[in-house]
Design a protein around this ligand. Structure first.
Ligand code: AMP
Ligand code: ZN
Ligand code: FE
Ligand code: FE
Length: 276
């Protein structure tokens, strides 16, 4: 059956591979189509399109927007958005500044805890991409302060952790509205990921549905089978679709492209919800 990986990252945010790498890996995994969903940016969209065309893949232009509830992260995927939408681009510009601010705060706290991590190092690791905690984690590993990225998050950087600084980000239902307003289709990302992110209760899911949510990413490599079934049932009760993706981040996570897939008929149904 033709299938897609609807959730992958590149060096345009906090992955370690290029759009060309992702397209090659998707073709090797015998995928029919691929989405690239970098965090809080649209800078990857053109390169993603070119890479997918060259690899003979159906391209789904995507984004993963950072939202927050009670200072904890909630992620919302958006597909087929207009990257020129002025409301969306204004929020992305604001978020980039906010990402710089909070990364500097976290780096200061790590330095105060005795770690040889500097803002310059972290900024160099991010390059032109919006700065994320994985870049800070990488700098911690490079400084020999922690053995690996998992330890950096588990001990220091996780939501609510000892050096964590929240982003001032949109509420999840507003993130949905932003994506829908930009002509896109909104999907709640990895609701059962854990990593001490926000707990998504049914009331929040209802508000997101009211704002125009199209689907829930029930299938994710870090979702246990019972969690996937639970979220599939919550989605079905609200006439939402369910999707899946690998959340590939190159070497920063163990998940591989194509580990979790979405059937082509679901992608067609998602596209039909555009503009609804
Ligand atoms: P940020 O965008 O700065 O809030 O950081 C979120 C990013 O950190 C996402 O790409 C997550 O996948 C990644 N992340 C969160 N928790 C972990 C973890 N325990 N190990 C590795 N990466 C993580
Ligand atoms: Zn990421
Ligand atoms: Fe995410
Ligand atoms: Fe992601």
């Amino acid at each position: 059956m033709d299938s897609y990986d609807l959730h992958t990252h590149t060096t345009f945010s906090d992955g370690t591979t290029t759009p060309e790498d992702n397209a090659r890996l998707a073709r090797d995994a015998r995928l029919y189509g691929l989405a690239i969903t970098d965090h809080d940016t649209t800078a990857h969209l053109a390169a993603g399109a070119a890479a997918c065309v060259a690899a003979g893949l159906d391209y789904v232009p995507g984004i993963e927007l950072s939202a927050e509830v009670d200072d904890r992260s909630v992620h919302v995927l958006g597909y087929w958005i207009d990257p020129a939408d002025p409301v969306l681009t204004a929020e992305l510009t604001r978020l980039h500044g906010e990402r710089d601010r909070r990364a500097r705060v976290m780096v200061e706290r790590l330095a105060a805890a005795g770690m040889a991590v500097t803002w310059e190092q972290v900024a160099a690791l991010a390059g032109d991409a919006p700065v994320g905690r994985p870049h800070i984690a990488q700098a911690m590993v490079d400084a020999g302060a922690v053995p690996d990225v998992t330890a950096a998050f588990g001990t220091w950087l996780h939501d609510g952790g000892p050096v964590y600084e929240p982003k001032q980000a949109l509420a999840p239902e507003r993130a949905v509205g932003l994506i829908v307003g930009a002509g896109g289709v909104a999907v709640l990302a990895h609701p059962a990921l854990g990593d001490r992110m926000a707990t998504i209760d049914e009331a929040l899911l209802d508000r997101m549905t009211e704002a125009g949510l199209a689907a829930v990413e029930a299938h994710h490599p870090a979702h246990a089978a019972d969690a996937a079934a639970h979220w599939q049932a919550l989605a079905a009760a609200r006439a939402l679709l369910t999707t899946g993706g690998s959340d590939y981040h190159g070497t920063r996570k163990s998940f591989r492209i194509g580990d979790v897939r979405t059937p082509a008929h679901t992608v067609e149904a998602l596209l039909e919800r555009r503009g609804r």
